[in-house]
Design a protein around this ligand. Structure first.
Ligand code: IFM
Length: 471
């Protein structure tokens, strides 16, 4: 948590020459359920997101992932797009229900075959694969047995990780176990906005532990495999400041920071959950589901860590007097905390644009934790793109990416070991509970024709990647 002191130093002006360290990795990111479509092809079983999409009202536009960007059938031309932009790294996720449609037992050869071809296609184009094993698409068969509320799911996850690495590990070196487990635990089990759409705070805490346990067991399995594996995890972090120095606001920021940031970082790097948050959660759970040895597995050695950064939060405790006007929504899992707009411009998601928060997040992790080298595994913005003659000029997205890259470089200049950046996202895609109404891509997808067109931001980002900074 950072408490506001003085205004952060502004990033260098857009015209100044700055460069990233040699070898900095430039990539784009996607996730299986958001782009692949083909949800019934080649033996894939339903995931919890297929199920949630069927629930009336769960997805803003009533859509689902059955077609998405049809990447399952268009992957070759999508990889050509990546290569055409000159990007040399691609972060994608593997669909668990394609590999293990039954949740356990014999893997599905056709599912493995798809990722075999994808990886070969990447390598043939000189693009390094960064594979994420879990980007929220739990096989529904496992949800039916308790999902992440059940300890057994953590063991099933480690099995699936081992199967996948056994097949792809001769070509894929960089593995991420989980993507943003906070979302799986808290949006999935407390607010119910994400699959499996449950609303029980105690379940969210149990799920958070089993997700982390799954991460730890999978990390051990990947490191123990026949092939050398560089294993990481991808977390969503925010810089969190109190709205004022009132005790209620300061405590709100502590709690929010504890749940969003420290819960995960402490478990991974210190082998213990933060005591103050365990105490906060005591109203829901006594943590008796934590068994001997769990935290040792959770904190097993990592080779890198991914940070997804989009925005930062200003927290107000509801004990403090609220100003007149509409009250923002209370925060999941911290019912007496609300987020206060900080006066910055917002994206189409309504998220404050705070590049300096990225510098602070990177510096904080590097300063407070014994963390491995860092990557920004997602950063980007949804804007309400205007299409003129099939083209998108997206100056807001260009400015967002540019400012965040400069903020990342500020962190490197301050000594942070940051190794790469993946823009979210390569292309417009299924934005979870928002359906297809929010566009994060640097490549536009026309959902009627599925035609792809690089936006101006794709070219602007590619130019920075080519130059390894700004000339
Ligand atoms: O689209 C998501 C992605 O799946 C996970 N990180 C945040 C992105 C934007 O909401």
């Amino acid at each position: 948590m950072s408490v506001p002191t003085s205004a952060p130093a502004p990033s260098a002006p857009a015209s100044s020459s700055r460069h990233f360290p040699p070898g900095f990795v430039w990539g784009a990111a996607t996730a299986a359920f958001q782009i692949e479509g083909a949800t019934t092809a080649d033996g894939r079983s339903p995931s919890i997101w297929d199920t949630l999409c069927e629930r009336p009202g769960a997805v803003l536009d009533g859509s689902d992932g059955s077609v998405a960007c049809d990447h399952y059938h268009r992957w070759e031309s999508d990889l050509d797009l990546l290569a055409g932009l000159g990007l040399t790294a691609y972060r994608f996720s593997i669909s668990w229900p394609r590999i293990c449609p039954g949740g356990k037992g014999e893997p599905n050869e056709k599912g493995l075959g798809f990722y075999d071809r994808l990886v070969d296609g990447l390598l043939a184009r000189g693009i390094t694969p960064y594979a994420t094993l879990y980007h929220w698409d739990l096989p529904q068969v496992l949800e039916d047995k308790g999902g992440w509320r059940s300890r057994d799911t953590a063991y099933r996850f480690a099995e699936y990780a081992a199967i996948t690495q056994h097949r792809l590990g001769d070509r894929v070196k960089h593995w991420a176990t989980l993507n943003e487990p906070w979302c799986s635990a808290f949006l999935g089990h407390a607010s119910g906005e994400h699959a499996p759409g449950r609303t029980d705070q105690a379940e969210a805490v149990v799920a958070s532990h089993h997700l982390l346990l799954g991460h730890g067991l999978a990390t051990e399995a990947l490191h123990g495999g026949r092939r050398p594996a560089e294993v990481g995890v991808v977390l969503n972090h925010y810089d969190i400041t109190p709205a004022s120095d009132s005790p209620a606001d300061v405590d709100a920021a502590r709690r929010l920071d504890g749940q969003q940031n420290r819960w995960w970082l402490d478990a991974l790097y210190t082998g213990a959950y933060p005591a103050d948050i365990v105490e906060d959660f005591a109203r829901w759970t006594d943590m008796s589901f934590v068994q001997d040895g769990d935290l040792a597995a959770i904190s097993s050695r990592l080779d890198w860590m991914g940070i997804n950064y989009y925005s930062s939060f200003v927290a107000r405790g509801l004990g403090a007097p609220a100003p007149a006007g509409p009250r923002p929504t209370p925060w999941i899992g911290c019912e007496d905390v609300e987020l206060v707009p900080n006066g910055e411009p917002v994206t189409h998601m309504g998220w404050d644009v705070v590049p300096s928060g990225l510098t602070k997040v990177l510096e904080r992790i590097s300063r407070d934790y014994d963390a491995p080298p860092l990557f920004i595994t997602e950063n980007g913005a949804a804007y309400d793109d205007v299409v003129v003659d099939g083209q998108v000029e997206d100056p807001d997205r260009i400015a967002y990416i540019d400012a965040h890259l400069r903020a990342a470089l500020d962190a490197i200049d301050a000594g942070v070991d940051l190794r790469g950046y993946f823009v979210w996202s390569l292309m417009d895609n299924f934005e979870w509970a928002w359906g297809y109404t929010r566009r994060f891509g640097v490549v536009r997808v026309d959902y009627d024709t599925l035609e792809r067109t690089p936006k101006a931001s794709a070219h602007a980002y590619a130019a920075i990647a080519r130059e390894n900074g700004w000339a």
